[in-house]
Design a protein around this ligand. Structure first.
Ligand SMILES: [Zn+2]
Length: 160
């Protein structure tokens, strides 16, 4: 059975960034199970594995533009130190939840320069070309309930 819309795909994957470092992997864990064609994976990955079948293994390159997009300079901004709680730990890499235009977003501290905190609200993988190694474990028809919910209910279709 081939990967196409309204089918549940179970797969192992390893994600590497531009420099070859592993960013995420299902190795040693349960494989990932998702409903294809419902925007559950980044679009550039779903498109490229369409038509594959169980047992197939492939390397998939997804340019940043089809993954998490380019780095948006407007999502980098300066915030006065005084706007944070006094006990907030502000170090490069610290993460905070903030209200964005489209709902809550996670922002990161880039650096702290004097009384100015430099914030980056871009996705951590913005601007990064992604390299996936994918091994398709199983492809099955989704249940009506899964299609209605827009997500997989696990390898067997029952968990939630
Ligand atoms: Zn559900």
């Amino acid at each position: 059975m081939e990967i196409e819309k309204d089918r549940v795909v179970t797969m192992h994957y390893t994600l590497r960034g531009d420099n070859g470092s592993v960013l995420d992997s299902s190795e040693g864990k349960d494989p990932l199970s998702y409903l294809h064609g419902h925007g559950n994976l980044i679009p550039g990955l779903e498109t490229r594995i369409e038509g594959k079948t169980a047992g197939e293994e492939m390397d998939v390159q997804v340019p940043s533009g089809e993954a998490y997009g380019a780095v948006d300079p407007e999502k980098k901004f300066d915030v006065p130190r005084s706007q944070f709680p006094p006990d907030a730990e502000l170090e490069p890499g610290s993460q905070f939840r903030a209200e964005g235009e489209g709902g809550p977003v996670v922002v990161r501290v880039d650096s702290v320069e004097g009384d100015t905190v430099k914030i980056d609200a871009n996705h951590p993988l913005a601007g990064v070309d992604l390299n996936f190694k994918v091994k398709v474990v199983e492809v099955r028809e989704a249940t009506a309930e899964e299609i209605e919910h827009g997500h997989s209910h696990g390898a067997g279709g029952h968990s939630h």
